[in-house]
Write a protein that binds this ligand. Sequence first.
Ligand code: ADP
Ligand code: MG
Length: 478
Amino acid sequence: MKPIFRLKNLNFTYNEGKTNEYQALVNVSLEIFPEEFVILYGPSGCGKSTLLNVIAGLEVPAPGTAFVYDQDISEMTKREQVEYHRKTVGMVYQSYNLITSLSVLDNVVLPQIFLNRRKRKRDQVGAELLERFGIRKQADKLPSELSGGQQQRIGIARCIINNPDIILADEPVGNLDSVSAKNVLGIFKDLNEREKKTIVLVTHNPEYLSYGDRIFYLKDGIIIKEEINKNKNIEEKKEEEKTKAPTNELQNLMRTYQGLSPEQINILIMPYKAKMFTHHFITNRNAEETKIFEDLMQRYLMESVGQDDFLDILNRPYTEGGVGFDVRTARKISSRVEGIMQMSKFVYQERRQSKNEQGVHEIFPVEEKAVILTKYLLEVCFADYKTKPNEEEVKRLEKAVFERLSEKISKPEMYEIIDRPFKEEGVGLNAKTARSVSEEVELTLILGFGVSQNRKFLDKKREQMYSALDNKQQDATS
Ligand code: ADP
Ligand code: MG
């Protein structure tokens, strides 16, 4: 039998050439055959996720080669890579990676939208999967209304809706209690045995090794042992350990979503945006409150919750499903977010709102945008200051903002200029204010990231996207 994956003398180094260089994979060679259930096992930090990401084409090994069927994964074009993710492999993550503002069903059918499947057809296939995984009744709920185990079943349904041959799962039960974990592992087992899917599952928990046909043991980036499991599935013991969800980085996400349109990317990176916003405003929140806050923020950024409801939920006690801020803090957050949203729309608009004498919407110069954004920053970030910055300080701040908006400098560079003493040509703000100014500018930029300017996607909401796609489909078929 020909292997699906062939990895040969594969190495992978993070931060190559820098002082924090770290070799995460060392001469890894392995083959994975059709219909196998393979487990990559080892302690945290041993390189399991890195290895899975190389197989998924998200990290490029050097030196070394990784082939899927007869194709070199690292030589795929962007288009091939997108196809690979749409059709050949499906991924399941520890933290589910669901879009918290979309319903359970919409999450499941999301990969089909990118294939331009008709809505009725996709919803039907999606509903069948939900039925199969025992969550059909929850189809119209938001993911956050479901338990962890149920959320992971949404993740699996989404992963298999395009019917990939291969499933790559990174600690898929790492966040689940033992009963839910067993249930979810049972689904993988079933997909492997009944649907003949090839499964590569990453775990650090020895209790689950019985599910694999073959286990690769990793340590410090090296495969130290390969074991064939003769007693497959004899016992599935309890898992007690819970691990924290890993955080996603924008760049990793962007790499994952290469080749998609700005609108699609915008929806997919919305949780990331919400997270950045939430962290900016966080003070002494517990994990559950933070989660509620994050979900709420996402819905607000997508404008599926209005300002009144946003305020109301911010202020509502945690025991009643709110975030539990006092009224003053809730108002402050709401107006700050509103401010950034407006600033972001402003900064990303290409032309002026009003026409000039010739009836033309002129280009809005970045210099002018920088002046207005700076004025806004002075209002929100210096509210507690007794003395306002002097004229020259403001001028320097405007210049730094201008350079950041026109992408002449990076985020840390802008921070450095704002923080640097006035005598040394900096703006000379204290460290705390410099931080808050620079974060505020970044949020303004992040929020507009991936949003198509002409189509004002955020205003249109997802229903319109669906119907647009359906119309297009109908146009194409009629
Ligand atoms: P595992 O999934 O087994 O926990 P990872 O593959 O995530 O391990 O990481 C392997 C090693 O590489 C770890 O020591 C980790 O700290 C390091 N590492 C992972 N991602 C990065 C990164 N983006 N930059 C630098 N080092 C990283
Ligand atoms: Mg990992």
